[in-house]
Design a protein around this ligand. Sequence first.
Ligand code: FAD
Length: 404
Amino acid sequence: MSKNIPLKVAIIGAGAAGLMCAIEAGKKGHQVHLFDHAKKPGEKIRISGGGRCNFTNKHCGPTNFISQNKHFCKSPLSRYPASSFISMVDEYKIKHHEKKPEKETGQLFCDDSSQEIIDMLLSECAAAHVKIKLNTPINSITKNGAHITVDIEGKDHDFDALVIACGGPSIPKMGASDFGYKIARQFGHKIITPEPALVPLTFTDETLNFTKNLSGTSIDSVLIRSKTNQFNDDLLFTHRGLSGPVILQISSYWKAGETLTVNLLPKIDLMDELKNAKSKQPKIKLQKFLSSYLPSRFIESYLPLIIDEKSLNNNLADYSDKKFKVLAEAIQKWEIKPNGTEGYRKAEVTLGGVDTNEIDNKTFESKLVSGLYFIGEVVDVTGHLGGHNFQWAWASGFCCGSEI
Ligand SMILES: Cc1cc2nc3c(=O)[nH]c(=O)nc-3n(C[C@H](O)[C@H](O)[C@H](O)COP(=O)(O)OP(=O)(O)OC[C@H]3O[C@@H](n4cnc5c(N)ncnc54)[C@H](O)[C@@H]3O)c2cc1C
């Protein structure tokens, strides 16, 4: 947009995408004003990754994203790949590590604290002369000829460019709002219906009665399948239902009413293992055998649903192959039917958002209103768990800021 003329740029939302965009726009010499209604910038960065911020994923690519327009994210992700953000983190000497490197997760976390990422971004903002104004709710926005007028604390201010970086409505207590969608609708943009994503699933008492006493128990490397996707990661039992990375991942694909299939032991053929063990160690007790694969607490709660009370813990030799088949299927094809999700209160991100067909994926400028831009989570691009959502925020923020 600029052709090297310094512009007056307003960015609403001092989260991951807004901070990154401000840095790049500021470096170009624009006069950048970054507004947020929260008391502090980057609150979601602070709480992310259990306080250690999973700031990117080394393997991040377009297949890690959900969008009605799956091609939209390709160019921004290639112009600002994970390696670019890692370089900045390295320049700031922020120590980091990969989660489970033996599994090549690619998920990078700070060794110490996510605050280091916020401090790095704020330091870059300061160097780029970005003016950050917190505690500042924006009341209204109007297009006024070549300018966009923003009502800030009851006074109108004209800007050459306005970037909406308000994120999605997940975790309202952190300052999340649907303001971005309101502005988009006001200017005629279509919104792909937002829904909570990367969110724990809930179940009826009937379905998950047996898990009540399992809160806090986890099972590693479980395979979960929906109609449209599958994930392999850890499962966690909670007092409200099921969570853990594998559930959060599939929640972004789960549709109301759908049944999910869980293989609790995807690396083995349990039927074969049971038959082999029966011939080699016929006197081993069933629960002892299973406890070398699954947590004992889980076996004790789950087994009574599969096997009749009298033969709950016999020697392997006492079970027929037919019984083994029932048991193997219950463990490797466990069917669960969620009755809902824990909603925006617990969702890490929001599916849907501003329709990308109406945004230019080089500049992130609206195709409907010149000078208006949308970046980050407010846009209909949602990442898988594992650092992809921040990578999207950095990439969209970078591309927009460097093109204004
Ligand atoms: C608990 C949790 C953990 C997460 N962990 C990770 C992780 O480890 N790795 C990962 O990749 N992703 C993670 N995410 C997702 C990630 O935080 C988001 O995808 C990312 O923050 C989106 O960046 P954004 O800048 O678009 O929006 P946000 O970071 O949400 O920033 C939006 C900003 O806009 C401000 N705002 C909203 N409305 C208004 C308004 N009306 N006026 C002024 N300001 C406004 C908000 O206060 C906020 O500061 C996590 C999310 C949560 C909730």
